[in-house]
Design a protein around this ligand. Structure first.
Ligand code: HEC
Length: 302
């Protein structure tokens, strides 16, 4: 008993002594920033199939043709479909996403009347086809990684138009551009260079706890997948990116980074502005987890 009770005291005293000898306390030093990780800090295969290591639901949702209708019809099981097929065959009706597409088209055509808007966005010979699938990308002019919506804001400004990242018009153009990649798989290369660094930062951010509830993204989306949260069932982060910007019945149109803001607000965490470096890192991370999964727009969520 005595030995057990005495142990922490001895340990504490020797540690204090050790610290005092090695490092005299600096009075003016700033307190270290709060950083606590959600453990384990998982490693991820940068492809939608990486889900196999986590919820292993990829087999249910990877192929729309093999969709298991029994899961779709069962409220306790349909989270396994990762909500990727809310569009046809779930919803064949016209919804707000289609109206946003029309808005995006007219804005895009106006901005690109001289051809310079498309060039600024990085459209090559193939035009807009496939452009969505290679964002976020490293931008040589800006010398950093950018997401598509941030680039739309920058290129819009060059054409003399304010298109704030996260605004309806910005997301509508993004949706219109994504429409040209419908059915094409995401393909961002995070194996080297600035994108690899952004992916790694995004992975760490995804596991960093923050806010009033001290949750990390991974607390819910990795370690509580399939559980109910206020009427929502949490899905894995694999394959999410391809259906954004999404028409939400409670907003008009939601870009991916607005969704980050929503999850931050839901958990009492200070949200950041769309286009902030931390959100772009998260977008790179999540986009790589959608690699191999086909762009599905316009989509709808409640
Ligand atoms: C309290 C748990 C919780 C936390 C923490 C959380 N989310 Fe969410 N998130 C949800 C729920 C619930 C949904 C809606 C159901 C779903 O699609 O998973 C959601 C949806 C999403 C979606 C949309 C998924 C889709 O395909 O429509 C993305 C993207 C997302 N979250 C990203 C994040 C990021 C990034 C963070 C960290 C900054 C985060 N979330 C933190 C619970 C959480």
């Amino acid at each position: 008993m005595i030995r057990i009770a005495g142990f922490p005291l001895v340990w504490g005293a020797s540690t204090l002594l050790g610290l005092a000898l090695v490092q005299p306390p600096a009075l003016s030093a700033e307190p270290a920033p709060y950083r606590e990780m959600e453990r384990p800090l998982e490693t991820y295969i940068p492809h939608a199939s990486g889900d196999r290591k986590f919820s292993n639901t990829y087999r249910y949702w990877k192929d729309p043709k093999n969709l298991d209708w029994r899961l779709a019809g069962n409220p306790d099981e349909n989270w396994k479909l990762n909500w990727k097929f809310m569009d046809p065959p779930f919803n064949q009706a016209i919804h707000g996403g289609h109206f946003a597409l029309d808005r995006g088209e007219s804005l895009y055509k106006f901005l690109n009347r001289g051809g310079s808007f498309a060039a600024c966005l990085g459209a090559g010979k193939g035009g807009l086809k496939g452009l969505r699938t290679s964002y976020p990308r490293y931008d040589k002019t800006l010398k950093r990684v950018v997401g598509l919506e941030e680039k739309i804001q920058i290129c819009g400004a060059i054409e003399g138009r304010v298109l704030e990242n996260g605004s309806y018009d910005n997301s509508a153009i993004s949706l219109y551009i994504a429409g040209f990649s419908k059915g094409m798989p995401m393909r961002i290369d995070v194996s080297k260079g600035p994108l690899k660094e952004a992916f790694e930062r995004g992975r760490r951010l995804y596991h960093t706890r923050a806010g009033r509830m001290n949750f990390a993204c991974a607390t819910c989306h990795i370690h509580n997948v399939g559980k109910h949260l206020r009427g929502n069932t949490v899905t894995t982060p694999f394959g999410d990116v391809v259906h954004f910007p999404v028409y939400r019945t409670k907003y008009e149109l939601q870009s991916l980074q607005l969704r980050f803001m929503e999850c931050n607000l839901d958990t009492g965490t200070q949200p950041l502005l769309p286009g902030s470096p931390a959100y772009t890192d998260l977008e790179v991370f999540l986009s790589a987890l959608s690699n191999g999964y086909a762009v599905t727009v316009p989509s709808e969520r409640d």
